[in-house]
Design a protein around this ligand. Sequence first.
Ligand code: FES
Length: 340
Amino acid sequence: MDFRDFWYVVAESRELKPGQVLARKLMGEWLAVFRDENGKPAAVQDRCKHRAAQLSLGTVKNGCLSCPYHGWEYDKEGEVVAVPSEGENFKRAKSRRVQNYSTMEKDDYVYVRLQDGDEACEEPFAMRHYGEEGWHTVRLINKFQNNVTNCVENFIDIPHTVYVHPGIFRNERRQKIDVEVSRKDGAVKAIYKNETDNLGWFSKLLNPGGTEIVHTDEFFMPNVSCVEYIFGPKRHFIITSQSIPLEDDETLVYTDLTYNYGIWNKLAAPIVRWQGQAIINQDIDALANQMEVIKKYGSKFANTPADTIHVYVETIQRELERGKDPRKLPEKCVEVSMLV
Ligand code: FES
């Protein structure tokens, strides 16, 4: 098992219109993504077999991708199905095939995986409550100049919020929070025991009644984080982030802010979007700076008990880097506390 076995978002469904082709990057691979004759997403390596033109600059006709240079036509399998200069004499040949990749469409995202084979990776992560009645999702897309692991760690990191997002997310109060952190089956979960309403002015919107908050942070290998706040039986706010590795130091993050605030769902959307983007912008700057320093001095980190969740995430990512199955790591569960 390794990172190439998993599904990664390459576009929102609405971006990939019939008859269009999108250029995408995934783990350093260049992809041309389009819809076949049945409207199903297709993805091939973005390099023409003939003279190396970029296929994503071409056009889509009848579900086939036509190269912009000499017009060779590729089907969804990456096989050449027409060469204009050969006309009637054209014959299919395996040697002309470009690499194609598996695709899937789910929750209005288009997914690609670079490598098939591992049964554990048959399905992409299911976005929680997406499209369900009574729930609303605001979707944000942002590029971070850092790797997937550091992005994920940021998204499930409480202590940074009082320094990077003072006022809009949390303020420093030196309150003790107890956390149960566990690792199991390639996933990490932190349950915060005595979370308070210290969520900046936003808490007035999220939790106007000051109800006791249930807060969990989760990581699912290799690139999904899920932060969930429950403010009583009827109000949930879930932040699910899919971090897509474009390059070793470049990550595109699709963030779903999903909530159920009843009649306020639609009205709250612009505020949720603005607030979410403001917080993400601050994280983009912090993570770009972190990567600059890592490039200069390396990534050997020091840890405190508050970093336990990150340490568990890193053990999982390390196993994947070695081509091993992180689900075979021993289960862990510890209690830690932190001041926020
Ligand atoms: Fe693509 Fe010639 S380079 S058809």
